[in-house]
Design a protein around this ligand. Structure first.
Ligand code: AMP
Length: 217
């Protein structure tokens, strides 16, 4: 299955992408994760992306598209994939469509995770990441026993630059202006599925899998 996950920052795309890709046995391709790992290892790609990411802006299309094209050409993506965070605007969606058409294939489904803006701000502004082991905590929903320290390894917790409230509001504006038009783009194709992404993680996964199953039959 060739699947795209779309939704505002903080909709839980990363978490759901993990579960759905393992249920469907397809690789999860997350552009945000690929950029972040390139930033942390200081590659040229990371240096190109870093300033845009810190501001909450989109990395330029030519950089992003070249990276995704290379990843989709890998062997493990030939019989299906789940894209998380790509496409993020209509030009990226058009390029993806052309690329897949060149390979005699197309997307099967675009799953939209629907969440209100205020909920997104509540979720993301409380998120804290452990500097040592990378575990994610939340000051309201999953607080560590000692504020600012990871229960697992004792590492210091920090807030991602792009999880500060002003940056989150900016990322939501970017989403509304650039990514929201994809919803109509894929609805026109008849491959858009929307699900409510609020509530416990496992309930959202169950909703997603039920929606995908209906779509497959
Ligand atoms: P994410 O983890 O998906 O929220 O992505 C984090 C950041 O990576 C975004 O705010 C952008 O700066 C950058 N990014 C991720 N995916 C894309 C994309 N498809 N196009 C442009 N920039 C992206």
């Amino acid at each position: 299955m060739r699947l795209v996950l779309v939704g505002p920052p903080g909709a839980g795309k990363g978490t759901q992408a993990q579960f759905i890709s393992s249920h469907l046995s397809i690789p999860k391709i997350s552009t945000g994760d690929i950029f972040r790992s390139n930033v942390s290892t200081g590659t040229e790609l990371g240096q190109q992306a870093q300033a845009y990411m810190e501001r909450g802006d989109l990395v330029p299309d030519e950089v992003t598209i070249a990276m995704v094209e290379a990843r989709l050409a890998d062997d493990d993506a030939q019989s299906g994939f789940l894209l998380d965070g790509f496409p993020r605007n209509v030009p990226q969606a058009e390029t993806l469509r052309k690329l897949l058409a060149d390979w005699d294939t197309k997307l099967d489904v675009v799953l939209e995770l629907v969440v209100e803006d205020d909920e997104v701000v509540r979720r993301l502004s409380g998120r804290r990441t452990c500097r040592v082991c990378g575990r994610i905590w939340h000051v309201l929903f999953e607080p560590p026993a000692r504020p600012g320290r990871c229960d697992d390894c004792g590492g210091e917790l920090f807030q991602r630059d792009d999880d500060r409230e002003a940056t989150i509001r900016h990322r939501l504006d970017v989403y509304a202006q650039q990514t929201q038009p994809l919803i109509a783009f894929y609805a026109d194709d008849g491959i858009l599925l929307g699900i409510d992404a609020t509530g416990p993680v496992e309930e959202v996964t169950a909703r997603a899998m039920a929606a995908l199953r209906r779509f497959m039959t």
